[in-house]
Write a protein that binds this ligand. Structure first.
Ligand code: NDP
Length: 297
């Protein structure tokens, strides 16, 4: 049987970064400053440090100034809040990203609510999420991973409108917003989560599957409708003694099996991950353009 077409997220993200680099050169020539992204990290979690390093490196590659704020694990709620408020007031900062999760003693909701909605490049402010969920309203920013998923579809020439989409997972950062975004783009959407009986029979109805459960290889070939598009958001470490670090990363989909049934599929790594970063850069550039065109009007 024919194997699914692989959607190369890494290559698509690279071409987006090339486009952004050109746009940034134009912005800089027109307004005399580069877009700025504040990347705030609290504590020393290895995974968070890796993500933050990748985000800062990507900024440098396209010509965004990254404002690096590294705070200790024991930073107080008040100090972190002050940091956010300072960045809100700083005219050279177009976007503010606070890497999650925050330490337990910090009130995450309060910190995210304090980020100016005009600089909320992660798109997690309740006002931006609310507008994403409402008909006739446009959020200032759409969360990066959800936007990365739909951008992969659009750039692969896959139509979203009128399709049946099933999202596996309902988290605030992936499952719920990607479902809202797909509805905005005129798909018919079902969400399944950990309390859904027989999720496999629901997933099997999908023309488009978005897997964001955080469960290694949960979704098997027999969950998938032949020819369906499978976007795998999951990044799950599983032990692998043949690897230098002793583990490898797998998705929420059993890739090798599923590609025998699906029409299109994203690999892990190299699918959604690079797109999340590309969309963060996209949101930052959009923010800079919005601010600069307003201030010169
Ligand atoms: P969460 O753990 O916050 O949410 C997981 C969701 O999946 C929950 O809604 C949960 O249901 C649901 N779920 C768990 N088990 C099952 C199951 N067996 N069947 C159906 N639904 C289930 O994870 P995130 O949303 O933050 O992340 C999901 C995955 O995506 C992770 O692997 C994460 O590492 C990855 N990720 C990747 C990114 C990227 O850029 N590539 C960015 C962000 C995340 P319930 O609500 O009932 O608990």
């Amino acid at each position: 049987a024919q194997l699914a077409t692989i959607i190369d997220g890494k290559a698509i993200a690279q071409s987006i970064q090339r486009e952004l680099k050109e746009e940034i050169e134009q912005i800089t020539a027109a307004y005399g400053r580069v877009p700025g992204l504040a990347v705030v990290i609290v504590g020393e979690r290895k995974d968070s440090q890796t993500y933050v390093r990748m985000k800062r490196k990507a900024c440098a590659e396209v010509g965004i100034k990254s404002i690096n704020v590294d705070l200790p694990e024991n930073v107080s709620q008040a100090e972190l809040l002050d940091t956010v408020l300072e960045l809100n007031a700083d005219p050279t900062v177009d976007g503010i990203l606070v890497q999650l999760p925050l330490p337990k003693h910090v009130h995450e909701e309060m910190i995210l609510n304090a980020i100016s909605i005009e600089k909320d490049v992660d798109g997690f402010h309740p006002l931006n999420i609310g507008k994403l969920s409402m008909k006739g309203r446009e959020p200032l920013f759409v969360p990066c991973t959800p936007k990365g998923c739909t951008e992969l579809l659009v750039r692969s020439g896959i139509t979203i409108a009128k399709k049946r989409a099933v999202v596996v997972g309902r988290s605030n950062i992936v499952g719920m917003p990607v479902a809202m975004l797909l509805i905005k783009l005129d798909a018919t959407v079902t969400i399944v989560h950990s309390h859904t009986p027989n999720p496999e029979s629901i997933v099997k109805e999908a023309d488009i599957v978005i897997a964001a459960a955080g469960q290694a290889q949960l979704i098997k070939a027999d969950w998938i409708k032949p020819g369906a598009v499978v976007i795998d958001v999951g990044t799950n470490p599983v032990s692998d003694s043949s690897k230098k670090l002793g583990y490898k990363i797998v998705g929420d989909v059993h890739f090798e099996e599923a590609r025998k049934v699906a029409g299109w599929i994203t690999p892990v790594p190299g699918g959604v991950g690079p797109m999340t970063i590309a969309m963060l850069l996209r949101n930052t550039v959009d923010s800079a353009k919005r601010t600069l065109s307003k201030s010169s009007a």
